[in-house]
Ligand binder design. Sequence first.
Ligand SMILES: *Cc1c(COP(=O)(O)O)cnc(C)c1O
Length: 340
Amino acid sequence: MEKKNIEWAELGFGYMKTDYRFVSHYQNGAWDEGVLTEDANVVINECAGVLQYAQTVFEGMKAYTTADGRIVTFRPDLNGERMEQSAVRLEMPVYPKEEFVKAVLKTIKANEAYVPPYGSGATLYVRPYLFGSNPVIGVKPADEYQFRVFTTPVGPYFKGGVKPLTIRISDFDRAAPNGTGHIKAGLNYAMSLYAIVDAHKQGYDENMYLDAATRTKVEETGGANFLFVTKDGKVVTPKSDSILPSITRRSLMQVAREYLGLEAQEREVYVEELADFAECGLCGTAAVISPVGKIVDHGKEICLPSGMSEMGPVTKKLYDTLTGIQMGTIKAPKGWVVEV
Ligand SMILES: *Cc1c(COP(=O)(O)O)cnc(C)c1O
């Protein structure tokens, strides 16, 4: 198979149309088998459930080439499981996780020519999504749905080197207790746009959201979970029912314990403790971990001892170990790296 003529290292994080996408329709209470299509456009009625009442959920994952030339993806079963949970919360029919994994692998395979080579730092981003497609005007769940998967090549996340982020504590809330913060729904992103545009205007890279009920505990950013390192080398991640369960974060906690021999705790993290941490990072599929150098709490600057020029030492070890596992240079736990 011949690769497309793309400047892999120059790619940003944007959409590029690739050759194939997967689509399956849900009608009369059942999913059809699904097909690959070359048509990148979705034609739906003007009154479709997704357009009127935002009935849509999604996933984000990556396909990449390992050191020994295999095309793989990372823990797709967990994305499938999470999409099932997201669908249930928005009254959508579940697209079964086994079928989800098959559809994802099939779509990657069909777009093999777009999977960046090993060492380029680029990856093929994979976007599965599910939405209500038939007309709905009274507020109720749609009866018809589409499950789709498309891919787009994306560039290296840390182009030109790692640069620790400056983030602010946001006065906006991301998720309510007993709300939808724990599912991967478009609606959580729509309502975060105002806050992120404002953060950028004020010179910050990201918003740190607090728990909406007491505004004393750390939750997450708009699209990534937090990982902290204490001064005595423990890895800590916030525990809350309104945080999206990041697969990267869950994997990093396991890497901390089983590969690095570190203590790793999921517990409530108070704003008051932020100044006591040695390192802070944001974790998600796109970057694996982006280091945070500074947190601004309404004018009060909290500077992480790891500084503004590089990743902290523990963050770096976590990053190197997980990316080594993904790229096949470090032995992976069973089922983590799935060949296409
Ligand atoms: C997708 C997402 C993450 C990261 O999850 P991964 O599975 O690691 O990619 C974190 N927070 C939010 C709100 C997200 O939507």
